[in-house]
Design a protein around this ligand. Structure first.
Ligand code: ADP
Ligand code: MG
Length: 230
């Protein structure tokens, strides 16, 4: 009986997820359909603009699908002995380019003697990118995004700190809920995905925020009992 209940619960969860993703994908689809129709009917002078919107909405639908898949594929990860600092360093050129385009900058400060961890590099990159992009998006115009690591006796803390709008307590409650977004082009899947990645690494995510000053996301990784080597 217990198995049957578990199966029913999983099925209803799948149903709920399917319903929400259907809803989310329909929005960009409706926009694309509308603009393609406009282009077809009027071959208007705003054609370039309409094509741009169509492309943007296609990208958005794509993003929803790929974030959603990563979130849904909650399968056993391939973990490898890995350096968190190597992963961060590999991402810096990409983050720098992104932040320069926005007129912002990035400061990175990494602790000394970072021990190796069991990580899935691809997922850690995905998590870092999501947190960093959120930070940049929270800063209207100028601002510094600070990425830092610190080593404690039993854990490592990775901080992504922005000087953005901050998060009020009302929003804070919904932050990690799938599809919660305050952006016109958001998917609301970034943070739930980050949380599930952190949890798959037996880690956690905490948030500190002051409205009007900025937000810091803190990802905690717990150290292995015995030191790892490559
Ligand atoms: P998305 O970025 O697509 O909106 P996320 O799950 O990444 O989805 O984030 C959900 C919401 O949480 C955002 O829409 C925003 O309102 C809020 N948020 C996330 N990160 C920050 C941040 N660094 N500063 C302020 N608000 C944030
Ligand atoms: Mg996001």
């Amino acid at each position: 009986l217990r198995d049957e209940v578990g199966r029913m619960e999983r099925l209803s969860l799948v149903g709920q997820m399917a319903a929400s993703i259907t809803h989310e994908i329909r929005n960009p689809m409706a926009v694309i359909r509308g603009f393609v129709q406009l282009i077809q009917e009027r071959s208007p002078k705003n054609q370039q603009e309409y094509f741009r919107i169509v492309m943007e909405e296609l990208d958005r639908a794509n993003m929803i699908i790929s974030d959603f898949l990563s979130l849904a594929q909650n399968r056993a990860l391939k973990m490898e002995v890995s350096s968190l600092h190597d992963i961060i360093n590999e991402l810096i050129p990409l983050l720098n380019a992104d932040s320069n385009l926005r007129g912002q900058s990035i400061e990175v400060s990494l602790c000394r003697d970072m021990p190796l961890l069991m990580l899935n590099d691809r997922e850690i990159k995905q998590m870092l990118l999501n947190l960093a992009r959120n930070g940049m998006e929270a800063m209207d115009g100028k601002g510094v995004l600070r990425i830092s690591t610190s080593l404690m006796s039993d854990k490592i803390e990775l901080r992504i700190a922005d000087e953005g709008v901050g998060i009020n307590p009302d929003k804070m409650k919904h932050l990690f809920e799938p599809f919660f977004t305050t952006k016109s082009h958001g998917t609301g899947l970034g943070l739930p995905l980050c949380l599930s990645i952190a949890e798959r690494h037996n880690g956690r995510i905490d948030v500190e925020s002051t409205e009007g000053e900025g937000t810091t996301f803190i990802v905690t990784f717990f150290l292995p009992k015995a030191p790892l080597c490559k």
